[in-house]
Design a protein around this ligand. Structure first.
Ligand code: AMP
Ligand code: MG
Length: 408
C-alpha cells in the first residue's frame, strides 16, 4: 500500500488487526492497577454493611424530640456508648439515647442521630434542644452499594477510584485481561548504552529508554534488546522476538543501506509499509512476524515517541481489553503563533495548562524531529491541521499525553 494514509486510517487499520486477549489473570488489587477488568464485578455485600452514625453524637428516637426547644429540651437517658468497631447488641427504647461515634452501628430502635455539638450532656442524661428528623445523620445499610449490584463493568480501566470500590466491597483480587508482552528491538551500529563512555561517531541509545517507559505505562510486559546493523543478527533477533504478542523496532526501516529490518520481517511474516500524512513520523512499518504483531517505528527518538503514542499505545490498550483506547482531547487557546503548517498534519509537542477558566497551549520549542528537548515537560500534542496557519489566540485540538501539573 503506497497511498498516503491519514492518521485515522492508519489507526483503524492497526486496530482492525488487533484482537483483545481472551486470557484473564486474577491479580491482587495493587497489581491490577492500570489494567482492564475481564468481568463485571457484583458486590457480595452491602456497603455500608449496617446502619451507622455519620457524626459523633446520640442515637435517639426522633419522636422523643419532636417538641424539643432550647427552653424545654428533650431529656433522654444515655444507656450505652458505641465506638466504631463495636457491636450494638441492645435496643433503644422511648426516652433513651446511646452515645454513638462516627462509623459505629446505630442501635435498633433509634431512628436519628443528633450531633454532639447540638446537645448538652447532663450527668446520665443528654438534653436535645431541637427536633431530630427521622434518618438524619444515619448512613443506611447498602446505601453506597447494595449487595448484588454491579459495581464495575468489564473493560473498565482500574485507577485509584475503582480500586477504592473493589476494596470497599471486600475484593482482594480481580480478573483482568492479561498483560501484553512486547519485545522492543532498537537497531543501529551507532548506538551506545547510556552510562558508557561515548566513542567517536556514536550516539546514546535513547529510544530504548523512552519507549520502555511508554510501553511500561500501558501495563505491558517488556523485553528489550539492541541489535547491530547486521542482516543475520536482525533476523535472529526478530525470530526470537516473535514469541511475544508485539514486536516493536526502532530504526532500520528506512531506505538506508543498512536498514535490515524490513527484509527480516518479510522473511518471517509479512510487511506493510505506509506513508502516513503526519509529522513527525517517517513511514511506519506494520505487519506480522510469526504470530506477533509487528510495528516498525522511526529511529529518530522524537518521531518514535510520537508515533508510539498515536499508533502503538491504542493497539496495546485494545489487546489488554480497555474500553477507551485514545487519550482525552481538549480545545485550547494557542499562546503564540505557530505559523504555516505544511501538507501533513503536525503533532506539536507542547504544554497545556488551565488558566482563567480556559485551556492554554504552547509549544515546547523547536519541533525539528531531532529535537529531544521538545519532549521535556511535554504533556500534550497540539494537533495542527495540514495547510493551516495558526495564530496566537486560535483554538486548537490538543491531546493530553500526561496530566497537566500545577500552572507551569
Ligand atoms: P534509522 O531509521 O535507523 O536510519 O534511524 C534514523 C535516525 O534515528 C538516525 O539518526 C539514528 O541514529 C537515530 N536513531 C535510531 N535508533 C536510535 C536509538 N535507539 N536511539 C537514538 N537515536 C536513534
Ligand atoms: Mg539505523
Amino acid at each position: 500500500m503506497n497511498d498516503l494514509l491519514s492518521v485515522e486510517e492508519a489507526q483503524e487499520l492497526i486496530l482492525h488487526s488487533v484482537q483483545t486477549f481472551s486470557e484473564t489473570v486474577e491479580m491482587s488489587l495493587l497489581q491490577a492497577v492500570g489494567r482492564a477488568l475481564a468481568e463485571d464485578i457484583v458486590s457480595p455485600v452491602h456497603v455500608p454493611p449496617f446502619d451507622n452514625a455519620a457524626v459523633d453524637g446520640y442515637a435517639v428516637v426522633a419522636k422523643d424530640t419532636e417538641s424539643a426547644t432550647v427552653n424545654s429540651p428533650a431529656r433522654l437517658r444515655v444507656v450505652r456508648t458505641v465506638h466504631a468497631g463495636d457491636v450494638a447488641d441492645f435496643t433503644i427504647g422511648r426516652g433513651e439515647a446511646a452515645r454513638v461515634m462516627t462509623g459505629a452501628p446505630v442501635p435498633v430502635g433509634a431512628d436519628a442521630m443528633v450531633m454532639i455539638e447540638d446537645t448538652e450532656q447532663r450527668g446520665s442524661e443528654v438534653w436535645i434542644k431541637s427536633p431530630a428528623r427521622i434518618g438524619q445523620h444515619i448512613r443506611r445499610r447498602g446505601e453506597a452499594v447494595a449487595q448484588g449490584n454491579t459495581v464495575l463493568q468489564k473493560g473498565q480501566s482500574l485507577g485509584a477510584g475503582e480500586i477504592l470500590a473493589l476494596a470497599a466491597i471486600g475484593r482482594g483480587s480481580v480478573p483482568v485481561i492479561r498483560p501484553a508482552s512486547v519485545c522492543l528491538l532498537t537497531t543501529g551500529d551507532e548506538l551506545v548504552e547510556p552510562g558508557q563512555p561515548l566513542p567517536a561517531g556514536k550516539i546514546y541509545n535513547s529510544n530504548r529508554y523512552a519507549l520502555s517507559v511508554q510501553i511500561g505505562e500501558t501495563g505491558a510486559v517488556l523485553d528489550s534488546l539492541h541489535v547491530p546493523d547486521d542482516p543475520v543478527a536482525t533476523r535472529e533477533a526478530l525470530r526470537q522476538a516473535q514469541e511475544h504478542d508485539m514486536v516493536l523496532t526502532a530504526g532500520g526501516v528506512s531506505v538506508g543501506e543498512r536498514d535490515f529490518v524490513k527484509q527480516a520481517v518479510q522473511s518471517l511474516g509479512e510487511l506493510r509499509f505506509w506513508r502516513v500524512a503526519v509529522k513527525p513520523g517517517k513511514p511506519i512499518a506494520f505487519g506480522r512476524v510469526g504470530q506477533a504483531l509487528f510495528v516498525g517505528l522511526p529511529g529518530n527518538p522524537v518521531s518514535a515517541m510520537v508515533t508510539f503514542e498515536l499508533f502503538v499505545r491504542p493497539a496495546l490498550r485494545k489487546m489488554m481489553g480497555h474500553r477507551h483506547l485514545f487519550r482525552p482531547q481538549v480545545q485550547a487557546t494557542l499562546e503564540h503563533d505557530l505559523g504555516a503548517i505544511g501538507g501533513r498534519r503536525e503533532y506539536i509537542r507542547g504544554r497545556l495548562r488551565w488558566s482563567d477558566g480556559r485551556w492554554l497551549a504552547r509549544s515546547t520549542g523547536s519541533q525539528a524531529s531531532g529535537m529531544v528537548a521538545s519532549m521535556i515537560g511535554a504533556n500534550a500534542l497540539i494537533v495542527a491541521p495540514a495547510r493551516s496557519e495558526l495564530r496566537q489566540g486560535d483554538l486548537v485540538n490538543v491531546i493530553m499525553i500526561d496530566l497537566p501539573s500545577g500552572n507551569g
